[in-house]
Design a protein around this ligand. Structure first.
Ligand code: AGP
Length: 609
């Protein structure tokens, strides 16, 4: 998704902007650009493709300035080409970069065209630049013109603006898209993501919706939309530079898969004591809020949604609470019936997913019960909008394909289940057994990671495939869904997941000797039933790749590869079985030569609807 970086300093900011853009690359983008002020002139460089293309342009004709804004663009309105890349200018005296979507841009564009403005891009962003210029022409000063333009915009934005009319000031505003001020010594920075600021400062201010900021080298002013000053608290970002380096690994995704034992240890830290999950881990007033709930409503997108689907099995069977799980983009428009006794659980790696944020807002508007965010980014919009928070301490996840965020979400949801179940009569003995299983997770995940080499070999059989079916039953059906999502996301192989019992109701028609069928088949109550479903595939010549505890699964099948996982404790088995599926998709993508960390068309944090 789009990224913003800006700086006003006593030194040349161009290297800072480029470094920031590189640190934003993981969000996904298709073009980039930067603008600076040189004397009384705006200067700009833009390029389609990787940041290295922009750097190459800067090598030919370098820019240097003490103020600048830069952007990585992920196309929403208009193709990925240079004309649509940000920054956008108006009459060479306004430069803007923007994340978000301006919903009334067509109307604004029409009016501006009638007023004589010529557009050089298809973007919604360009209207902002011209709108500001229009207000300047009406006699307003730059700040007032900026405010007046924001007032006309419907939609979401994080905007940064510079102008030679006030060459020492960088203006910015936030509504619905994250924006952070970085505080240096005699310099200020601006970014849509703390990761972009890592090399310049750890001192940050998270702007709130409706905030307008003016940054000068030695001064910062934050106001609301009416121009009244507002106070925002300074935080110290905990992001470490080395946490976002790839180190010895070939890809971030690979690093993040192998970091999972540590991510689990970090997520567990301080949350378990004497064999019990601490309720206070969910927030100081968690006990009071949990005591009133009679249902759970989980809302999330993508991989996070799959984590929610797993949790439903745990919550209903152990905590005996009715649990509904819904995709955020559907929930927000469905007009659901509010349940004031339902705990709303939102799941998100980034905490900035627009659909999840909007769905949470909708639950508040409708009158659902208290909200709990399970999230990986502290101070994210989701965290700030929720009554209770449980942070997954997975560390920064850079690969677009979510891995360690998913397994730490599952762990967090299992801890939530235990806390809710205890309130509804779960015995200390059962809790102890679950906690023992939870504590064995790092060791068991390490064991799964040793399957890496055999899975790498297995992946060769997928290189020429165009389709794949993933099967699971019960709590492992969402794990099959997650496996399919990972494969399609990074290897571009079309993959679908089905509950295995559903095969005969349609998808079996797809099975022939060219169709790989991947099954998640742990040793649980449903294993025998799953085996019969796999026989249906076998009888149609399908190629079976089965992840199972034991190779005895092979018996009675013609074409079958069994990847032995060994015995796995049933309660944590969805977490454990995720690992080999992540490895499979990673190795298939490697063979196919795709961009593993930044797959085409995708973004890390989906901050637009
Ligand atoms: C997963 O691999 C995807 N990148 C995607 O489905 C992601 O999980 C989804 O966009 C939700 O993101 P969030 O967890 O940051 O809210």
């Amino acid at each position: 998704m789009c990224g913003i970086i800006g700086a006003v300093a006593v030194r040349d900011v161009v290297p800072i902007l480029i470094e920031g853009l590189k640190r934003l690359e993981y969000r996904g983008y298709d073009s980039s650009g930067l603008a600076t002020i040189n004397g009384e002139q705006l200067e700009r460089k833009r390029a389609v493709g990787k940041i290295s293309k922009l750097e190459a342009k800067l090598k030919k004709k370098s820019l240097s300035s003490k103020i600048g804004i830069a952007h990585t663009r992920w196309a929403t309105h208009g193709k990925a080409n240079q004309a649509n890349a940000h920054p956008h200018f108006s009459k060479d005296n306004i430069a803007v970069v923007h994340n978000g979507i301006i919903e009334n841009h067509s109307k604004l564009r029409e009016t501006l065209e009638k007023a004589g403005y010529e557009f050089s891009s298809d973007t919604d962003t360009e209207v902002i630049a011209h709108q500001i210029h229009y207000h300047l022409k009406q006699g307003k000063n730059l700040y007032a013109a900026f405010l007046a333009s924001l007032a006309m915009i419907e939609g979401t934005y994080a905007i940064a603006m510079i102008s030679p009319l006030m060459p020492d000031s960088l203006f910015a505003a936030r509504r619905g898209s994250p924006l952070i001020v970085g505080i240096g010594v005699g310099e200020y920075f601006l970014a849509s993501d703390a990761a972009a600021l890592i090399s310049v400062t750890q001192r940050v201010i998270y702007l709130e919706d409706g905030d307008i900021v003016e940054l000068q080298r030695d001064n910062m002013t934050i106001t609301d939309m009416a121009g009244n000053p507002v106070e925002r608290i300074e935080h110290i970002s905990k992001l470490q530079a080395d946490a976002v380096e790839r180190g010895e690994y070939r890809h971030y995704m690979q690093k993040e898969i192998f970091e999972q034992p540590q991510a689990i240890i970090d997520t567990l830290e301080g949350r378990i004591h004497n064999g019990r999950v601490l309720e206070a881990a969910f927030g100081p007033n968690a006990g009071e809020l949990f005591s009133k709930i009679e249902a759970v409503q989980i809302i999330a997108c993508g991989t996070s949604y799959h984590a929610g689907m797993v949790a439903r099995y745990w919550i209903e069977s152990l905590a005996k609470l009715p649990c509904t799980v819904e995709i955020a983009s559907e929930f927000r428009y469905r007009k659901p019936l509010p349940n004031p006794k339902a705990l709303v659980v939102t799941l998100s790696q980034s905490g900035e997913t627009a659909d999840t944020l909007a769905a949470l807002a909708e639950t508040k508007r409708l009158g659902f019960g208290p909200s709990l965010a399970i999230c990986n980014v502290p101070e994210s919009s989701l965290v700030r909008a929720s009554d209770l928070v449980l942070m997954t301490h997975a560390g920064p996840e850079i690969g677009v394909a979510s891995t360690k965020a998913f397994t730490t979400q599952l762990l967090s949801l299992l801890m939530l289940t235990v806390v809710l179940a205890r309130r509804r009569g779960m015995t200390a003995e059962t809790e102890n057994q679950i906690v023992t299983a939870i504590q064995s997770l790092p060791r068991q995940i390490e064991k799964m990671l040793t399957l890496n080499d055999s899975i790498e070999k297995l992946a060769e059989q997928f290189a020429d495939k165009h389709n794949a079916l993933f099967l699971g039953r019960g709590i492992h059906y969402p794990i099959a869904m997650e496996g399919a999502l990972k494969l399609k996301e990074i290897s571009y192989i079309h993959a679908e997941a089905y509950p295995a019992g559903e095969l005969k109701h349609g998808p079996l028609a797809l099975v022939d000797d060219k169709m790989p069928v991947i099954a998640v088949a742990p040793n649980d109550d449903l294993q025998e039933k799953l085996k019969s479903n796999l026989q249906e595939v076998n009888a149609r010549g399908g190629q079976l790749f089965v992840f199972a505890n034991h190779s005895s699964m092979k018996q009675g099948f013609d074409y079958i590869n069994v990847i032995e996982t060994g015995e796995v404790d049933e309660i944590i088995s969805p977490i454990i079985y995720t690992i080999p599926l992540q490895l499979l998709s990673y190795h298939v993508a490697l063979i196919k030569g795709t961009d593993v960390d930044q797959p085409r068309n995708l973004a890390k944090a989906v901050t637009v609807e």
